[in-house]
Design a protein around this ligand. Structure first.
Ligand code: NDP
Length: 263
């Protein structure tokens, strides 16, 4: 029988995940089908999962924290970040993982000589990613528009726009905010970006599929850039590995899943 998967979120109509996973199912001859489900009330997530008779699901904004709450078992990294974006059903139990941050870690591999990383933004994606980068030996500093979310970063150097001081050079500057997603805003005041960009070796925007004002700014300063497409692809591959119980290698899945970015 065909196994069913979906992405839960609100909104989900823009999501590339159904295309990515269905291309991989088809290419690898795996009997799976992946849909999308707009879920308004996150407290219904567990019931919906079982009602739809799913084998696995991805979870996106705004339900990643709820996904963390409703799993029976969590992997160590998901436990530490408090957010889940991948759920797999085994028997009657739901197992939760976070593949976003691993996807980001893999996406920056191609940039060499990176040690000091500055995150613009302190939301859920930044939180998970900062932890994995620190584990991997990067030095991460967080700069956010407002102070509240910075309370979630007790083990990091943090600043707001108002108290930011450049006391070192940053190799990689990352837009971890949603600035530029639906508007034309930069993730920080331009004078801050101008003071950072000349010493940066690379920059990444986690937003994908468009040239954001941040990426445009970095390109104008001749800094190597990439958008969030690789992060999205890699988190999808890692989720697919879990969905299919590691039957396929990363490379095998990538071969088919990456087609979603050019059709
Ligand atoms: P959250 O809502 O948790 O956090 C948003 C963050 O952005 C906050 O730090 C907020 O600051 C800041 N922010 C929002 N608007 C602005 C602005 N105009 N100027 C400056 N700062 C701003 O978001 P997430 O962490 O869930 O997502 C962040 C981004 O990551 C989104 O664009 C999302 O699409 C992308 N993403 C990409 C993935 C990929 O695979 N490529 C995977 C997951 C997410 P404040 O605290 O002051 O409100």
């Amino acid at each position: 029988m065909r196994e069913l998967f979906t992405i839960f979120g609100n909104p989900v109509n823009h999501s590339k995940s159904p295309l990515m996973h269905n291309l991989a199912f088809r290419g690898l001859n795996y009997s799976g089908c992946y849909g999308r489900y707009r879920l308004e009330d996150g407290s219904k997530l567990r019931d919906k999962f079982f009602e739809l008779n799913l084998t696995g699901a991805n979870i996106t904004v705004p339900h990643k924290e709820m996904a963390f709450e409703i799993c029976d078992e969590l992997d160590e990294f998901a436990k530490r970040v408090g957010a889940v974006n991948t759920i797999v059903r085994r028997g009657d139990k739901l197992y939760g993982y976070n593949s976003d941050a691993l996807g980001f870690l893999k996406a920056i591999e191609e940039f060499k000589d990176i040690k000091r990383v500055l995150f613009l933004g302190a939301g859920g994606t930044a939180k998970a990613t900062s932890i994995i980068l620190k584990d991997a030996g990067y030095e991460v500093t967080i700069l956010n528009r407002s102070a509240k979310r910075l309370e979630q970063y007790p083990n990091f150097k943090t600043y707001t726009f108002d108290n930011f001081k450049i006391d070192k050079e940053y190799d990689l500057i990352v837009n971890m905010t949603s600035a530029g997603l639906k508007d034309d805003s930069l993730p920080s005041p331009i004078d801050i970006l101008e003071s950072l960009i000349s010493s940066a070796k690379a920059s990444i925007d986690v937003i994908y599929g468009k040239e954001t004002p941040f990426l445009k700014f970095a390109k104008e300063h001749n800094i190597p850039t990439k958008d969030g497409s690789d992060m999205l692809l890699y988190q999808g591959i890692i989720a697919f590995e879990k969905f299919t119980n590691n039957q396929f290698t990363f490379k095998q899945i990538e071969r088919y899943m990456k087609k979603a970015f050019y059709i």
